[in-house]
Each structure stands twice: as structure tokens, then as C-alpha cells.
Design a protein around this ligand. Structure first.
Ligand SMILES: [Zn+2]
Length: 117
């Protein structure tokens, strides 16, 4: 299900440059997943997630999860799930995968489909 893995610092550049992606961030501790979509480079989007998680103002669901005392950002593993061509496709795929992988709270980290920070 999660064939491609992006590690910060690895030299898998091609993959991180793709845009219109549906991606997963898997918590390495509890294996819960967060599904997101981005029209930018995944590396850039992931850095944004990291900034939120490390910031003190923690509201987004993903940041909340990884700000729990027992977690740290080292537990975040991000993977590309799908490459998409259009804005409608990316939204549809994201929803589809959220259902398929059962990543809505409390089984996963997604809160709903619109609050995608
Ligand atoms: Zn977790």
C-alpha cells in the first residue's frame, strides 16, 4: 500500500519534486496514518507539517498527534501514495484513500476531509 518512502536527507530527489500528490504520513509508534494531498513539492509540504508539529500553537490534527509527549517528529514517515493530474482527481483520491486506509480519527489521524493542515 505504501510503496514509496521519502526520507528527509535521502537523495530521492525525483520523487520529492512531484506535484499533485496524495501522500501518507505514518506514525512509526502507533502506526496510525494521516492522508493528505498537495499541489506543491512533497518535501516542502512535509517541512510545513514539521514546522506545525514543532510550533507551540498546535491545532491541526497531525500536529496534535505528534505533539503528544511520547512522540517526536522522528516518528513521522511520509510516503507518496498517488500521483494525480487534476485538482478534482487529487481531492477524490485523497477521500478514497482516507476511507480505504481508515485514517479518520480515532482509527487514524485525519479529522475530516476539509481540515487538511
Ligand atoms: Zn502515533
Amino acid at each position: 500500500m505504501v510503496p514509496l518512502v521519502y526520507d528527509e536527507g535521502s537523495n530521492n530527489k525525483a520523487q520529492t519534486r512531484r506535484s499533485l500528490l496524495v501522500y501518507a504520513i505514518i506514525c512509526q509508534k502507533c502506526k496510525k496514518a494521516y492522508i493528505g494531498e498537495t499541489k506543491r513539492m512533497l518535501a516542502e509540504r512535509f517541512r510545513e507539517h514539521l514546522r506545525y508539529v514543532k510550533s507551540v500553537m498546535v491545532i491541526p490534527p497531525l500536529a496534535q498527534h505528534f505533539c503528544l509527549p511520547q512522540y517526536c517528529t522522528d516518528d513521522m514517515k511520509v510516503s507518496v501514495l498517488r500521483e494525480c493530474n487534476t485538482n478534482t482527481e487529487i481531492k477524490r483520491k485523497e477521500m478514497e484513500i482516507i476511507f480505504k486506509m481508515v485514517t479518520l480519527h480515532p482509527q487514524g489521524i485525519n479529522i475530516d476531509f476539509s481540515y487538511n493542515v
